[in-house]
Design a protein around this ligand. Structure first.
Ligand code: PEP
Ligand code: CO
Length: 463
């Protein structure tokens, strides 16, 4: 069955208003880049996108949890095996904590291998007294604050493709080639994390997991044969913002005839581009990948139901993930009516919480930051809104890095305001560092444990 409406094609979005696109100064160069993208091999396969949809369907029915996390904006400059490995380590560590703490499977999706384009609230920013175009991601231009650096260059889409390909290649090697083997659970605890209280707490869990593995071996289970112990799935995702890039990587699946955006397993539509009559809705309604959509505090129940209808007319579990980013002070009030409306529309969506994007502020010295405690507060508000409406709190969507950055305030070992500039590396929004991420995972595991008993000890999927 093809989902794509009869008028849909990979380029039909061009007939609709498209916000936050790059203004390529040279149309011939832009056309050359689009043609090149169309000729390049796909980064992911349709069958993989379908496997992710099945995994997300488990989340939609309350039998699994989604951990979607990575950079706000990936960088062309900070690109190495070490950066990728450190991000993967913290992801594996967080998921071990969540699985162990809640005995619920965790679906792991990176904001990685394609997260190179940014929608910005303001088209310009002032750096040292000079007004410049705002930074829109390395797929569009450079971050250096000069007029030349900020000039869009379509050849960057090809560079983004190659960096995504190399990143994905390494991720596949790490996750299938032994690095993610559960027998290495201790090795994911990097030095910077191990010396913290949450790192020591992690060590205790890792020791328990090792004991459980030794127990299984002792009663005669052949661990060498159990693939689940030795390999994991880490899927890729990014905001499907720059439609020239997404269209260029869209392919028809030879086995089903359906269209897939082969730039990533999952794509999401951002808060600034989710207009019902806009180009992004048009484009993503026609590709069969699992799709996410951010929802800010201004989203109305009718709008969200309509959006779900457009993106998931077949009501397939796992096709649509709604990512709430309401702000810690609003989530308890604005989310419940949306949860209710979507439930009443019988849409089997995944509900995830992005506790990052509505909790940003600037310090007096002008540094963009977020507070760990406020991030946790939004997650708690999300869990309680879900509990109130009998909906499974399906996941979290985070911005983190495996490095010891000082970008978000607070956490167990308290990053203070004075320390923010010590190691502030983000190209765009402030990210949780590895300790803060692990800290958050322990909190979320506790909330997950509480989510089921409150619902009568059953997941919605079992009710
Ligand atoms: C993002 O995820 O980096 C982002 C910009 O989010 P939002 O669209 O929710 O503002
Ligand atoms: Co961001």
């Amino acid at each position: 069955m093809t989902l794509s409406p009869p008028t849909w094609s990979p380029s039909s979005w061009r007939g609709y208003p498209a916000r936050h696109q790059a203004d390529w100064p040279d149309e011939d160069a832009a056309e050359a880049a689009r043609l090149r993208l169309r000729a390049l091999p796909p980064l992911v396969f349709a069958g993989e996108a379908r496997q992710l949809q099945s995994a997300l369907a488990e989340v939609a029915t309350g039998r699994a949890f989604l951990l979607q996390a990575g950079d706000c904006a990936e960088s062309f400059h900070d690109f190495s095996a070490i950066t990728i490995r450190e991000k993967l380590k913290i992801m594996l560590q967080m998921s071990a904590v969540m699985i162990y703490g809640s005995t619920t499977p965790v679906v792991k999706v990176g904001r990685i291998a394609g997260q190179f384009a940014k929608a910005r609230t303001s088209p310009t920013e002032t750096v040292d007294g000079t007004e410049l175009p705002s930074f829109r991601g390395h797929m569009v231009h450079d971050d250096v604050p000069t007029a030349e650096g900020r000039t869009p260059d379509p050849a960057r889409m090809i560079q983004a493709y190659h960096q995504a390909a190399a990143t994905l290649n390494l991720l596949r090697a790490f996750t299938k080639g032994g690095f993610a083997d559960l027998n290495r659970v201790h090795m994911w605890n990097q030095e910077f994390v191990a010396s913290s209280p949450q790192g020591r707490r992690y060590e205790r869990i890792a020791a328990d997991i090792e004991r459980a593995l030794r127990f299984m071996a002792a009663i005669g289970i052949d661990l060498a044969d159990l693939q689940a112990l030795h390999q994991v799935d880490v899927w890729t995702s990014h905001e499907g913002l720059l439609l020239d890039y997404e269209e260029g990587l869209t392919r028809r699946d030879s086995t089903t005839g359906d269209w897939y955006d082969c730039s990533a397993h999952m794509l999401w539509i951002g808060e600034r581009t989710r207009q019902l009559d806009g180009a992004h809705l048009e484009f993503f309604s026609g590709v069969r990948n699992p799709i996410g959509c951010k929802l800010g505090p201004a989203a109305s129940a009718d709008e969200v139901v309509e959006l779900a209808e457009r993106l998931n007319p077949g009501r397939e579990p796992g096709r649509l993930t709604l990512i709430s980013r309401m702000g810690a002070d609003r989530v308890r009030e604005v989310l419940p009516p949306l949860l209710r409306a979507v439930r009443e529309a019988e849409q089997p969506v995944v509900w995830a919480c992005d506790p990052m994007h509505a909790n940003v502020f600037r310090t007096e010295s002008g540094i963009k930051t977020r507070r760990f405690e406020v991030i946790m507060d939004e997650i708690e508000g999300f869990f309680s809104a879900c509990r109130e409406e009998g909906v499974w709190p399906g996941g979290v969507h985070l911005e983190f890095t495996g490095d010891a950055v000082t970008e978000c305030l607070g956490g167990s070992d308290t990053v203070l305001e004075e320390a923010l500039s010590t190691n502030y590396m983000s190209l765009c929004d402030p990210r949780l560092n590895a300790r803060q991420s692990l800290d958050l995972a322990f909190h979320v595991a506790e909330l997950m444990r509480g989510a089921w008993p409150e619902m009568g000890g059953q997941s919605p999927g079992e009710m």
